[in-house]
Design a protein around this ligand. Structure first.
Ligand code: IPE
Ligand code: IPE
Ligand code: MG
Length: 246
């Protein structure tokens, strides 16, 4: 198996589609919200593991533009959990030097509550100067909505539309594209996540529910990633990767 301690074999940016919370809870005879709560509990360990490995960027898909179609009590419950989580975690994020930023539509016209929006502003402002790791949380996020918003901004400001100007107008401006997208819960789709940025991401699907996805499962995913040959449309395998696999 490929060696994940070889630095060039590690992704710089991992994006997680945290799926399977509801089914995990239902299987355990619990309400779905308990699954979302259990899903929050694994974040800490995964961030610590990635910090230890020196992976600088993580993105977590927390709530999609399509998730508003769920029953209101589940939607409200998810936002309540997020608010409580970040309130509780802020000290820890500061101690570890983790910067948090949110992507998605967070405008005043969005459906996000004033409480959620002010929590996001608080966390972003407080962690802005942290440099050990950047954690991006996709909240009220949809890849198509993000691309449309970016294109609209460029048109309004009469900026020529190129791949570079569009990428720079996306919410993820400044972040490298994800090298690895991990989806838990067994489904094999992107569900409107990072559509522009995922063009050359390696995809990894785990049958585990998100609350079951811990450090050991992450290491398995990283070992799988380290064994991939990324060609980006070319023919020659990356030299460093060849050394890592030797
Ligand atoms: C993912 O878990 C979390 C969110 C979409 C907010 P789900 O709630 O989709 O869990 P399943 O897919 O129903 O098991
Ligand atoms: C994707 O999960 C969205 C998040 C993880 C936030 P969903 O459960 O909403 O996706 P579908 O409905 O199975 O495609
Ligand atoms: Mg789901």
């Amino acid at each position: 198996m490929a060696d994940i301690t070889f630095p060039h074999a590690l992704p710089r940016h991992i994006a997680f589609i945290m799926d399977g919370n509801g089914r995990w809870a239902t299987r355990a005879g619990l309400p779905r919200l308990k699954g979302h709560a259990a899903g929050m509990d694994v974040l800490h360990g995964l961030c610590d593991e990635c910090l230890g490995l020196g992976i600088p960027c993580l993105t977590f898909y927390a709530f999609s533009t399509e998730n508003w179609s769920r029953p209101w009590d589940e939607v409200a419950g998810i936002f309540n959990l997020l608010e409580v989580y970040f309130q509780r975690e802020l000290k820890n994020l500061m101690a570890k030097g983790i910067r948090v930023q949110f992507i998605g539509d967070h405008s005043e016209e969005s459906r996000l509550s004033a409480e959620t929006r002010s929590m996001m502003e608080r966390v972003e402002a407080a962690t802005k100067g942290n440099t050990a790791m950047t954690v991006t949380v996709a909240l009220n996020y949809g890849g198509r909505e993000e691309i449309l918003r970016a294109a609209q901004r460029l048109v309004e400001s009469h900026t020529p539309l190129t791949a570079e100007t569009l990428a720079a107008a996306l919410d993820t401006c400044g972040l490298p594209d994800p090298d690895l997208i991990i989806r838990t819960g067994g489904e094999q789709r992107l569900s409107n996540f990072l559509l522009w940025q995922s063009s050359y991401a390696e995809l990894y699907f785990s049958p585990l529910a998100w609350p079951e996805f811990g450090a050991a499962a992450l290491r398995e995913a990283l070992a799988d990633y380290a064994g991939r040959q990324r060609r980006f449309g070319g023919l020659v395998p990356d030299k460093d990767k060849a050394v890592a696999q030797a």
